[in-house]
Design a protein around this ligand. Structure first.
Ligand SMILES: C[S@@+](CC[C@H](N)C(=O)[O-])C[C@H]1O[C@@H](n2cnc3c(N)ncnc32)[C@H](O)[C@@H]1O
Length: 247
C-alpha cells in the first residue's frame, strides 16, 4: 500500500503502526534498541532540569526515560494521530505530552527549549534546512539538538528486499532526493541526503557540530546472539548528529 502525504500519515496505516511498534520494541532484533538508543542516551548525557522537545516522537518511548532522568518537561510532536494517542497513553500521569503536528510546520518562540531530540524522523522531511533553522531559533543559548536518521548508506538505494537482509546496495549516493522505500509492509518516501548534507545543514542553521556517530553495535548488548551481531557489523544503519547552539 502506498500512502501519500507527509511521513506521519504512513504510520496511521493500522498494519504499519502495529508492525513498526512490534519491531521497535523487540529487544536484540531491534537495532533501535541495541544500537541507536544506547548511542543516543550516551550523547544526551545529563538531562536534569532541561526542557525537551522531541520531533517525530512516535510513541514517545524516550519521554518517560528522560522524565525519569529528571528533565523539567517533555513535549513530543508527531504527524501520526495513532502515534500521538500511543504517546499520550504512555505518558499518562507524567508532566510529558504529545501533540499532533508535522515537523515541517514546527516553530516556537526563542528560548522555549534547552534540548531538541529527533529520532529517525528527519529522513521523512524533504527540506530539512528550515526545520533546523526553526530548531536553532527556539533553543536557549548553549542549547543542543541531537538527532538520528537512517544512515545515508541505507537511504541511497532500496533494493526492495523484504525480510532479513543479507546484502545491501549503495547507489546514487550523491543524488539527493526522494526514494520510494519498502518499509513495514508498505511503501513510503524517504528523503536521501549525504552525510555531508546533514552536517552542512546543521552548521548553516548556526549550530557547532558537537558529535557525529554511526551507532556501531556493541557485543555486550546482543545477549550472545553472535549471528545478529555479525549481521549488524556489516553496514551502518544509523547516523547520529549533535549540534550546540552558538550564542
Ligand atoms: C521511525 S518512526 C520513529 C519514532 C520515534 N522517534 C522512535 O524513535 O521510536 C518515525 C516517526 O516520525 C513520524 N513522522 C514522520 N514524518 C513526519 C513529519 N513530517 N512530521 C511529523 N512526524 C513525522 C512518524 O509518524 C513516526 O512516528
Amino acid at each position: 500500500m502506498t500512502v501519500s502525504g507527509r511521513g506521519g500519515s504512513f504510520y496511521d496505516v493500522p498494519h504499519v503502526f502495529e508492525r513498526y511498534l512490534d519491531h521497535r520494541h523487540s529487544g536484540v532484533s531491534s537495532p533501535n534498541q541495541v544500537m541507536e538508543e544506547p548511542a543516543l542516551l550516551e550523547e544526551l548525557g545529563t538531562v536534569g532540569g532541561l526542557r525537551v522537545l522531541d520531533l517525530g516522537c512516535g510513541d514517545a518511548a524516550i519521554g518517560q526515560t528522560l522524565l525519569n532522568a529528571g528533565c523539567h518537561s517533555y513535549l513530543g510532536l508527531d504527524g501520526s494521530a495513532a502515534m500521538v494517542e500511543a504517546g499520550n497513553a504512555a505518558l499518562r500521569g507524567t508532566p510529558g505530552r504529545v501533540e499532533l503536528a508535522d515537523i515541517e510546520d514546527f516553530s516556537a518562540p526563542p528560548s522555549s527549549f534547552d534540548l531538541i531530540v529527533s529520532r529517525l524522523a528527519f529522513h521523512y522531511v524533504d527540506d530539512l534546512q528550515p526545520v533546523l533553522d526553526a530548531c536553532h531559533a527556539c533553543l536557549s543559548p548553549g542549547g543542543r539538538i541531537v538527532f538520528t536518521v537512517a544512515h545515508p548508506v541505507l537511504s541511497s538505494h532500496d533494493s526492495g528486499t523484504q525480510g532479513k537482509r543479507t546484502s545491501w546496495v549503495v547507489d546514487d549516493y550523491f543524488v539527493k532526493g526522494p526514494r520510494e522505500r519498502s518499509w513495514m509492509g508498505g511503501t513510503v518516501t524517504w528523503f536521501h541526503r549525504t552525510v555531508e548534507d546533514y552536517v552542512v545543514a546543521l552548521m548553516k542553521a548556526g549550530f557547532s557540530l558537537s558529535s557525529l556517530r554511526e551507532c556501531a553495535p556493541s557485543e555486550d548488548l546482543f545477549n550472545g546472539d553472535v549471528a545478529e551481531l555479525e549481521r549488524r557489523r556489516r553496514v551502518p544503519l544509523f547516523l547520529l548528529l549533535a549540534g550546540t547552539r552558538i550564542g
